[in-house]
Design a protein around this ligand. Structure first.
Ligand SMILES: *[C@@H]1O[C@H](CO)[C@@H](O)[C@H](O)[C@H]1NC(C)=O
Ligand SMILES: *[C@@H]1O[C@H](CO)[C@@H](O)[C@H](O)[C@H]1NC(C)=O
Ligand SMILES: *[C@@H]1O[C@H](CO)[C@@H](O)[C@H](O)[C@H]1NC(C)=O
Ligand SMILES: *[C@@H]1O[C@H](CO)[C@@H](O)[C@H](O)[C@H]1NC(C)=O
Ligand SMILES: *[C@@H]1O[C@H](CO)[C@@H](O)[C@H](O)[C@H]1NC(C)=O
Ligand SMILES: *[C@@H]1O[C@H](CO)[C@@H](O)[C@H](O)[C@H]1NC(C)=O
Ligand SMILES: *[C@@H]1O[C@H](CO)[C@@H](O)[C@H](O)[C@H]1NC(C)=O
Ligand SMILES: *[C@@H]1O[C@H](CO)[C@@H](O)[C@H](O)[C@H]1NC(C)=O
Ligand SMILES: *[C@@H]1O[C@H](CO)[C@@H](O)[C@H](O)[C@H]1NC(C)=O
Length: 677
C-alpha cells in the first residue's frame, strides 16, 4: 500500500504548458492536464474529467457515456492569403483502458467541429459525434479521426474491430485501416491492440496545399514511423467553417472502456510541438467496483503466494550459503531477472570442459551449452579477469537493460551470472559461426554468394538501426566487425556482443579515456577523442560493408588499408575492381556498387558526412537513392594510417589464437584492443 501511495504522490507531480501565439496561427500543447489551470483552456462536456494523476479522462466505464474535451478557443481554419482551409498538425498520446473483465468499447476520436457542444450526439457507435438522423449530412461540418475498438457500426462498414478511420460528417469512415504502424516501410503493418491500456502516440497532419491527411500511430516510446498508417487525399475547405473547435470525443456503448488523453499538442503553423513523454501522466489502472472483492481476494492470494515463495527462497538461500556452494550474492543481484545460476551454467557446459569451447577471443572463451531445465542450446561467454571487475554493479545494471533488447538481427543476450572474478554471459546459440570465419576461412569451399552477403549486411543494418533508434535507449555497439556478426541457420546476419565493449570502460581506472574497438574499424574521431557514438558505429559498419564486398580484411599486410584502396578504385572509376574475386563475377552490378559506395560513405573520415542507420536502411531497401558523390570526402589516408599505426603501437593487442573446431564456430572476438591514451 505504501508503494501505491508513493506512486500517487509521484503522479501528482506533472507538467503543464500552454503557449498561445497571437495572430492567426495557433499552437498549444499539454503535457498532462491540471485541473485548476485547464478549466479555462479546455472545455469539458459529458463524462470528461481531469484526473488527479494529470490524465484527461473522456469516459469512465459507465455504459452509453459520452465525453468531450475541446480547446476553449476557436481555431481559425482559413487565412486571408488563401481560399483553402489551412494546414494543421496535431500529436497526442492516448490510452484506452478496458474493464478488468470482458470486452471494452467503443472508441475515441480527434474531432474538428463547429461547436464544443455537439447537440443530439449519441453514444456507442456514434462516438458522441452524430446521431441516426444527422449521420452523413454535410451540415454537420465535422471532421474526425476515430480510434475505434469495436467491430462494426454495422456489418458492412467499419469491419475491423480495432481500427483507425477518417470520418467526414459521417460515422461511415471514408478510409480506415486496422490500428498499426510500419517502422521500416514493409508491406505489412505491425498491429497495435488499442484495447490493452497501453499508451499510444498518434499524429495527424493536414496539408492545406496538397490537401492530404496523414494519420500515423505507434506505441509510446517508439519513434514516429516514416510511413503514415492512413494517407488520404481530401480537401477540408468545404467541410470546415472559418472558426472551428478542436478536441476529442469519446463514447461507450453496451461495452465500455475508459478513454484517456495523456498529452496533446496542436499547431496550425508548422509541426506540432513534441511532447516530453517521460513527463506525461500514467493512465491509472481502474478497478471495477463489481470485481473489487474479487480483486481483493486475488491480491490476498497473490500476496500469500509471494510471501510463501519468498520465504522458501530465503530458506533455500540460507541453506545454500551454509553449504557454501553458491556464488556470493549481494542484495542487488537478487533483483535481476536475467541472472542465471552458476550451477546451471556449470552443468550446461559440462563443467566448462574444453571440448565444449566454440570460440576464443579478446573478451573471453565461449562455450556451447545445453540448459538442463529447458533443453535449449545457448552460448556461454566466460570473461575471466585477474582483478575484481570494478563498477560491476553498474555494468550488471546495463546488462540487465541490454537483456531486454530483442531483435531478429541481434544475438540476444539472455542473461548473466558472476562468480568471483568471472562474469558469464548467456546468449542465443547461433549455429553457423561468424561472418569473419565464413568470409576468410570458408568451410569445405562453400563461399558465401552475393545474395547471402547482401542479405546479411541488410540484416545487420536493421539490427544496428534498432540499437540506435528504435529501442527505448540509444545503444552504441562500439565493436561492429565481421567477427561479431554471426550467421544463423537461415543465413541471416545477427549482431553480437553489443554494448559489451563497455566492460573495458568499467574495468579500468576511470581517469583514463579508453578507445575501445578493433583496429581497422575505429573511426578517426573515436581514436582522437575516445568518445564512441552512433556515427562511429556507422563507420565500422561501412568497413564491414567493404569487407563483405571485397572479401578483404580492413587492414592487410604492409600498408594496405581497405577503405583507401576501395576509394582509389572508385576514383579511377573502376570501383568494381575491388569486388571479391571469390564471387566469380556472380553478382548484381547495381547492388555491388551500392554496397561499395555506401561502404565508403559510411566510413567517411568526417563523422558528419556519414549517414544515420535509418538512412542506410533506406538506401539498402532502395527506398532512396544514394547521393552521387564525386568526391567522397578525401579520406586522408596518411592521417588514417597514422592513427591506426599509433593505435597498434599503443595497444596491447590480444592476438588471441583463434582456436576453434572447424565444425563448430561460435563467438569470436579477436584482437579487440583496449588502449589507454
Ligand atoms: C495545478 O498546478 C498548480 C501549479 O501549476 C498547482 O499549484 C496545483 O496544485 C495543481 N493542481 C492540481 C489539482 O494538482
Ligand atoms: C462515471 O461518470 C459518470 C458521469 O460523470 C458518473 O455519473 C459515474 O458515477 C461515473 N462512474 C464511475 C464508476 O466512476
Ligand atoms: C495562410 O495560408 C497559406 C496557404 O495555405 C500559408 O502558406 C500561410 O502560412 C498561412 N498563413 C498563416 C498566418 O497561417
Ligand atoms: C488552393 O487550392 C487550389 C486547388 O487545390 C490550389 O490550386 C491553390 O494553389 C491553393 N492556394 C493556396 C494559396 O494554397
Ligand atoms: C449499414 O450501413 C449502411 C450505410 O450507412 C446502411 O445502408 C445499411 O442499411 C446498414 N446496415 C445495417 C444492417 O444496419
Ligand atoms: C466521405 O464519406 C462521405 C460519406 O460516406 C461522403 O459523402 C463523402 O463524399 C466522402 N468524402 C470524401 C472526400 O471521400
Ligand atoms: C523490419 O522489416 C523486416 C522485413 O524486412 C521485418 O521482418 C522486421 O520485423 C521489421 N522490423 C520491425 C522492428 O518491425
Ligand atoms: C503524408 O505522407 C506522405 C507519404 O509518406 C508524405 O509524402 C507527405 O509529405 C505527408 N504529408 C504531410 C502533410 O505530412
Ligand atoms: C521530461 O520530463 C521529465 C520528468 O518530468 C524531466 O525529468 C525531464 O527533464 C524532462 N525533459 C525535458 C527535455 O524537458
Amino acid at each position: 500500500m505504501a508503494f501505491l501511495s508513493t506512486i500517487s504522490v509521484a503522479l501528482l507531480v506533472f507538467l503543464f504548458s500552454v503557449v498561445i501565439n497571437q495572430a492567426q496561427s495557433e499552437h498549444f500543447f499539454f503535457e498532462g492536464f491540471n485541473e485548476s489551470d485547464d478549466k479555462s483552456d479546455l472545455r469539458l462536456e459529458g463524462a470528461s474529467i481531469f484526473k488527479t494523476s494529470g490524465a484527461l479522462r473522456l469516459t469512465n466505464k459507465t455504459k452509453n457515456a459520452i465525453g468531450h474535451a475541446f480547446y476553449s478557443k476557436t481555431i481559425q481554419m482559413f487565412n486571408k492569403t488563401s481560399p483553402n482551409a489551412s494546414s494543421f498538425n496535431t500529436y497526442f498520446v492516448f490510452s484506452i483502458v478496458p474493464p478488468a473483465s470482458g470486452k471494452g468499447g467503443f472508441g475515441l476520436a480527434f474531432t474538428i467541429a463547429p461547436s464544443y457542444q455537439i447537440a443530439g450526439a449519441k453514444a456507442g457507435q456514434y462516438l458522441g459525434l452524430f446521431n441516426e438522423l444527422n449521420d452523413g449530412k454535410n451540415s454537420n461540418h465535422i471532421f474526425a479521426v476515430e480510434f475505434d475498438t469495436v467491430r462494426g457500426y454495422n456489418e458492412t462498414s467499419n469491419s475491423y474491430g480495432n481500427h483507425v478511420g477518417i470520418n467526414i460528417n459521417s460515422m461511415e469512415s471514408n478510409t480506415s485501416e486496422p490500428a498499426g504502424y510500419n517502422i521500416n516501410n514493409t508491406l505489412k503493418n505491425e498491429e497495435i491492440d488499442m484495447h490493452k491500456g497501453d499508451p499510444i502516440q498518434a499524429w495527424l497532419e493536414y496539408d492545406g496545399v496538397s490537401k492530404v491527411v496523414n494519420v500515423t500511430m505507434c506505441p509510446m516510446w517508439q519513434q514516429k514511423p516514416m510511413k503514415p498508417l492512413l494517407n488520404f487525399a481530401v480537401d477540408l475547405t468545404p467541410i470546415v467553417k472559418e472558426f472551428m473547435y478542436v478536441g476529442f470525443s469519446a463514447a461507450t456503448g453496451d461495452t465500455a472502456s475508459s478513454h484517456y488523453i495523456l498529452g496533446w499538442s496542436f499547431s496550425t503553423a508548422g509541426a506540432a510541438h513534441p511532447l516530453n513523454l517521460s513527463g506525461l501522466p500514467i493512465p491509472p489502472v481502474e478497478k471495477e467496483s463489481s470485481s473489487f472483492q474479487f480483486s481483493v481476494i486475488a491480491l490476498i492470494v497473490v500476496l500469500s503466494v509471494v510471501i510463501v515463495l519468498l520465504s522458501g527462497i530465503l530458506l533455500f538461500l540460507a541453506l545454500y550459503k551454509r553449504i557454501g556452494r553458491l556464488e556470493s550474492l549481494e542484495d542487488w543481484e537478487l533483483e535481476c531477472p536475467h541472472r542465471f545460476r552458476y550451477r546451471d551454467l556449470y552443468t550446461a557446459t559440462k563443467g566448462f570442459k574444453d571440448s565444449e569451447i566454440i570460440g576464443v577471443g579478446g573478451f573471453g572463451v565461449v562455450y556451447k551449452a545445453v540448459m538442463l531445465s529447458t533443453g535449449n542450446e545457448v552460448a556461454v561467454k566466460k570473461i575471466s579477469r585477474n582483478n575484481p571487475i570494478q563498477g560491476l554493479k553498474e555494468f550488471v545494471a546495463e546488462i540487465e537493460s541490454l537483456g531486454r533488447l530483442r531483435h531478429k538481427h541481434l544475438v540476444n543476450l539472455q542473461g548473466w551470472c558472476k562468480k568471483k572474478n568471472d562474469l558469464l554471459l548467456v546468449y542465443d546459440y547461433i549455429p553457423n559461426g561468424s561472418l569473419d570465419s565464413l568470409l576468410f576461412h570458408p568451410r569445405n569451399d562453400s563461399v558465401l554468394n552475393w545474395e547471402q552477403r547482401f542479405n546479411i549486411v541488410k540484416g545487420i543494418a536493421s539490427g544496428l538501426l534498432y540499437l540506435h533508434e528504435e529501442w527505448e535507449q540509444v545503444v552504441i555497439h562500439r565493436d561492429v566487425k565481421s567477427s561479431n556478426v554471426l550467421i544463423d541457420a537461415e543465413m541471416n546476419g545477427r549482431l553480437g556482443d553489443f554494448g559489451l565493449a563497455r566492460l573495458y570502460d568499467h574495468g579500468i581506472n576511470s581517469h583514463t579515456t579508453n578507445v575501445v574497438g578493433t583496429i581497422g574499424y575505429i573511426a578517426p574521431e573515436l581514436a582522437r577523442t575516445g568518445k564512441a557514438s552512433t556515427s562511429s558505429d556507422v563507420f565500422a559498419y561501412g568497413v564491414l560493408l567493404l569487407e563483405v564486398a571485397t572479401g578483404r580484411r580492413p587492414i592487410g599486410s604492409g600498408q594496405f588499408i581497405l577503405v583507401d584502396w576501395v576509394k582509389e578504385c572508385q576514383q579511377m572509376g573502376r570501383i568494381l575492381d575491388a569486388v571479391d574475386p571469390k564471387l566469380d563475377s556472380r553478382y548484381a552490378d547495381e547492388q555491388m556498387k551500392l554496397i561499395l559506395e555506401l561502404g565508403l560513405l559510411c566510413s567517411h573520415q568526417e563523422a558528419e558526412a556519414r549517414p544515420r542507420m535509418r538512412q542506410v536502411t533506406r538506401y539498402l531497401d532502395g527506398d532512396e537513392k544514394m547521393p552521387v558523390m564525386d568526391d567522397m570526402g578525401s579520406i586522408d589516408s596518411s592521417r588514417l594510417n597514422e592513427i591506426n599505426r599509433r593505435l597498434m603501437q599503443l595497444s596491447c593487442i590480444e592476438m588471441t589464437s583463434t582456436s576453434y573446431h572447424s565444425s563448430s564456430i561460435g563467438f569470436m572476438s579477436t584482437s579487440s584492443i583496449d588502449a589507454g591514451r
